[in-house]
Design a binder for this molecule. Structure first.
Ligand code: 6R9
Length: 644
C-alpha cells in the first residue's frame, strides 16, 4: 500500500466530533505555546478537593523529576464515581459480559459506588492504610474494577498481576512491592476453561511473608482451600462493611498504582503512576481519541492486568462517565464470531482491540464477521503493536464497513495513556500509521548520537518534554528509571521504539529498535518485512528476526504462519521470497523461512522475538526465561523444525 493512501475524515463525523481539525490545530498550538495555561484548563475535567495552582514542574535532566499539579488534592475514585451520582447515578457504568455467552450483568454508577465503598471499608478493616500496596490477581469481573477503585478510595497503591501469570511471577511482583493484602478469586474463566487463581495464589504466597490477608472473590463457586486467619471471603467482608467510605484526600503526586512491565533486560520494572496527572491524561485521551459521546457503549478488549485495561477500561471511561464493557472471555470462544456477537448484543459503539486479535480473526475470513450487523459501531481502535496496512484495511473494510475511522494508538505502560493517534473527527488516516501526536505531546526522531532529525526521516522515537500521564519512577529504583529512559539520549525520554516520519509529519512506528535489522549496512524494521509477508494472500501471521550472516552481517529469518487450509511447500517458500523482494526490494529478501504453526507470544499477545532470535541463531541452549509465554509448547516445535 502506498504511503499516501489516505482515508479522509468523514464530514458527518467531523461535524458532531468533540474535536474537529480546526480545534485539533488550535489545541496543539496552545499546548506548545502555553503548557501551563492549557493544562490548567484541562485539569478541570477531573474532580479536585483542592484545585492545583502549580501546574508543571518537570525536568528530564540530571535526577529527572516529574511533577504535575503538585499542590492539588483529589481522590481518583471521586472522579470515577461520586461526581456522576447526581447526573448519571442510574446509568450503567459497567456492562459485564461473561465467558459464557449466556451470562452478563449491568452495574450502574450508584451500584458501583456502593460496591467500591464497601470493599474499601473491608480493606480498612483488614488494616490497609494509605500508601500500603495491595496486589490484585483477578479475572475480568466487576470486582476487579471495584477493587482498583477501592484501593484508590483509601489511598492504597494497587499492583495488578495478570491472571494468566504463573505463581512465580505473581510472587516476584508481590515481593518487589511488599504488598500486605492480596485480592484474588476462587477461579477465573476463559474460553470455557477455569483458571486456578486461588491455588496459584496459595503457591505464590509461600514465599511472600509480607501478605497478611487474602480477600477471595467467590466467582465460579469452585471448591478452594481457605487458610484460617489469613483468607477471607470478599462477599462476606463486603456485606459486613459500611457502604459509606469518605475518600482519602491524596496529593496529586501520591502514587495511584504500580504496574510491572518487562524491558529488554532484567526483571520486570515496577512502573509507578501517580494520581493527578494520570487521571487528567486518562480522561483527556479517552475523550479525544475515541471521540467519546455521552450515552455510548465503549468496549476495550484488553485485560485489566495490562496498562490498556487500567487506562481504557477503568480510569479513563469511568472518569468520563462512560458505559464501559468488561469481557471475561476470549475473542474466539465459543465461536470465532464472539466479538461481533457481543457488539450486536450490547450495541457497542466504540471497539478497541489489538492487531494480533485482528490478524487471527482475519485468518478465518469475512463470513463470521458479516454474519452480524455491527451497525452500532462508530469508531474502531488498535493498540499494542504496529498494525500492518493489510490488517488495518481488513479491520476498516470488513469490521467497520468502511464507515468507522480507525484510531491506531501508540503508547506504552510508561506513558500512562495514548501519545500518538489520529482523532476520529480531526485527523485523516493512513493505514499503518499512528499519525500525529496528541496536543501537548512532543515526539521527535533522533539518530544514534541523539541528534534531532528534521523532516521526513527515520530514527529513534523520543519525547522532548513531559506530559501529565508520564510514569514518575521505577518503584524503589529511581536510578533504573533514569538509566532506562533518560540515559541513551540525555535530556529526552527514549521510548525504545523506532519510527519513520513522512512528509505530512505522520509517524509510522517500526517496532522496538532492538528489532531493527542491519542487512549489508541497510537498516530495516522487522515490522516492515512482516507486513509484506502478511500482505501475501496465503499468510496469516509472520515474525521476522535477524540471524548471524557471514556476508551481510545479519540475515533475515522469517517465521510464517499460513492461513488455515493452506499447504506449506518449497514452491511457496520461493514465492514468498520473491513476494518480499517485490514488496520492499531485493535487500529485504528473506534468507530463511520457517513454517510456524504457532508463534511464541506473551499472554498479552506480543511475539517474544528474543526467543525467535535465539532459535534462528541456533542458540537454543540459552533461550532464557520462557515463563511468560502463553503456550510454551510452541517453542519446542519451532526448535525441532529450525531451518538451515
Ligand atoms: C499500550 C501498550 C508498549 C510497546 C511500545 C510499542 C508497542 C503499542 C503501538 C505499538 C506500534 C502502536 N506498541 N502500541 N507499536 N503501534 N499503536 O501496548 O503498552 O504493553 O507497555 O507496550 O508496544 O513497541 O513500545 P506496553
Amino acid at each position: 500500500m502506498p504511503d499516501d493512501a489516505l482515508i479522509a475524515v468523514k464530514p458527518d463525523l467531523a461535524q458532531g466530533a468533540r474535536v474537529d481539525a480546526a480545534r485539533h490545530r488550535a489545541m496543539t498550538e496552545e499546548a506548545i505555546r502555553d503548557p501551563e495555561g492549557f493544562w490548567r484548563e484541562e485539569a478541570k475535567r477531573i474532580a479536585w478537593m483542592t484545585p492545583p495552582t502549580k501546574i508543571k514542574n518537570t525536568s528530564f535532566e540530571g535526577d529527572v523529576s516529574i511533577r504535575w499539579f503538585e499542590d492539588g488534592v483529589l481522590n481518583a475514585s471521586v472522579s470515577c464515581l461520586d461526581r456522576h451520582l447526581e447526573t448519571r447515578g442510574d446509568q450503567v457504568a459497567i456492562i459485564w459480559e461473561g465467558d459464557d455467552p449466556n451470562s452478563d450483568a449491568r452495574v450502574t454508577y450508584r451500584e458501583l459506588h456502593e460496591r467500591v465503598c464497601r470493599m474499601a471499608n473491608a480493606m480498612k478493616a483488614l488494616g490497609v492504610r494509605k500508601g500500603d500496596r495491595v496486589t490484585l490477581y483477578l479475572p475480568m469481573i466487576v470486582e476487579a474494577a471495584a477493587a482498583m477503585l477501592a484501593c484508590a478510595r483509601i489511598g492504597a497503591v494497587h499492583s495488578i498481576v495478570f491472571g494468566g501469570f504463573s505463581p512465580d511471577s505473581l510472587a516476584s511482583r508481590i515481593q518487589d512491592c511488599d504488598s500486605t493484602l492480596l485480592i484474588t478469586a476462587d477461579q477465573g474463566r476463559r474460553g470455557g476453561r477455569t483458571v486456578p487463581l486461588k491455588t496459584n495464589a496459595d503457591e505464590a504466597l509461600r514465599s511472600c511473608p509480607s501478605v497478611k490477608h487474602v480477600l477471595v472473590v467467590r466467582n465460579t463457586g469452585g471448591e478452594v482451600p481457605m487458610q484460617d486467619g489469613r483468607d477471607i471471603w470478599c462477599d462476606e467482608a463486603c456485606a459486613a462493611a459500611s457502604p459509606d467510605c469518605p475518600p482519602e484526600p491524596m496529593s496529586a503526586e501520591d502514587p495511584l498504582f504500580i504496574l510491572y512491565t518487562s524491558g529488554s533486560t532484567g526483571k520486570p520494572k515496577g512502573v509507578l503512576h501517580t494520581t493527578g496527572g494520570y487521571m487528567v491524561w486518562a480522561s483527556f485521551t479517552h475523550e479525544l481519541v475515541f471521540d467519546y459521546r455521552p450515552g455510548e457503549v465503549y468496549w476495550c478488549t484488553a485485560d485489566v492486568g495490562w496498562v490498556t485495561g487500567h487506562t481504557y477500561i477503568v480510569y479513563g471511561p469511568l472518569a468520563n462517565g462512560a458505559t464501559t464493557l468488561m469481557f471475561e472471555g476470549v475473542p474466539n470462544w465459543p465461536g470465532i464470531d464472539r466479538c461481533w456477537q457481543v457488539v450486536d448484543k450490547h450495541k457497542v459503539n466504540i471497539f478497541y482491540t489489538a492487531p494480533t486479535a485482528i490478524r487471527s480473526l482475519m485468518r478465518e475470513g469475512e463470513a463470521p464477521v458479516r454474519k452480524w450487523s455491527r451497525q452500532s459501531l462508530r469508531v474502531l481502535g488498535s493498540v499494542g503493536e504496529p498494525i500492518n496496512p493489510e490488517a488495518w484495511m481488513w479491520y476498516y473494510r470488513v469490521v467497520g464497513d468502511e464507515r468507522c475511522p480507525i484510531v491506531d494508538t501508540w503508547w506504552q505502560t510508561e506513558t500512562g495513556g495514548i501519545l500518538i493517534s489520529p482523532l476520529p473527527g480531526a485527523v485523516d488516516q493512513k493505514p499503518g500509521s499512528a499519525t500525529l501526536p496528541l496536543p501537548g505531546v512532543r515526539p521527535a526522531l533522533v539518530d544514534g548520537e541523539g541528534n534531532l532529525l528534521e523532516g521526513a526521516t527515520e530514527g529513534n522515537l523520543v519525547i522532548l518534554d513531559s506530559w501529565p500521564g508520564q510514569m514518575r519512577t521505577v518503584y524503589k529504583d529511581h536510578e533504573r528509571f533514569i538509566q532506562t529512559y533518560f540515559s541513551t539520549f540525555p535530556g529526552k525520554y527514549f521510548s525504545g521504539d523506532g519510527a519513520r516520519r513522512d512528509a505530512d509529519g505522520y509517524y509510522w512506528i517500526t517496532g522496538r529498535v532492538d528489532d531493527v535489522l542491519n542487512v549489508s549496512g541497510h537498516r530495516m524494521g522487522t515490522a516492515e518485512i512482516e507486513s509484506a509477508l502478511v500482505a501475501h494472500p496465503k499468510v496469516a501471521e509472520a515474525a521476522v528476526v535477524g540471524m548471524p550472516h557471514e556476508l551481510k552481517g545479519q540475515g533475515i529469518y522469517c517465521y510464517v504462519t499460513l492461513k488455515s487450509g493452506e499447504e506449506p511447500s518449497d514452491a511457496l517458500k520461493k514465492e514468498l521470497v520473491a513476494w518480499v523482494r517485490k514488496e520492499i526490494g531485493p535487500i529485504a529478501a528473506p534468507d530463511a523461512i520457517q513454517w510456524a504453526p504457532g508463534l511464541p507470544k506473551t499472554r498479552s499477545g506480543k511475539i517474544m522475538r528474543r526467543i525467535l532470535r535465539k532459535i534462528a541463531a541456533n542458540e537454543t541452549d540459552s533461550l532464557g526465561d520462557t515463563s511468560t509465554l502463553a503456550d510454551p509448547t510452541v517453542v519446542q516445535d519451532l526448535i525441532g523444525n529450525r531451518v538451515g
